[in-house]
Design a protein. Structure first.
Length: 78
């Protein structure tokens, strides 16, 4: 099964430069960015069955990732 990549640059290619700027100059954005990418790595490992996890655990992590992505999108739009 092919796993879709959810890194922020794939999700928001139009904000490539703004993502870099905020990662460099905004500690809060950087914290969200790091957590988002850590969750993405964990979820991909679960989806690829590298890391066993319950469906509930995987869905909770996906929900957290969506919330992080929404928060970062709001910051990128400003």
């Amino acid at each position: 099964m092919s796993v879709e990549h959810h890194d922020l640059h794939h999700e928001f290619p139009e904000f490539h430069d703004k993502i870099h700027e905020l990662k460099t100059h905004d500690a809060h954005f950087r914290k969200l960015f790091d957590e988002y990418h850590e969750l993405t790595r964990e979820i991909e490992n679960m989806e690829n069955e590298v890391t066993p996890a319950s469906t509930r655990t995987e869905e909770e992590k996906k929900l957290r990732r969506v919330l992080l992505k929404d928060a970062m999108y709001d910051m990128l739009k400003k």
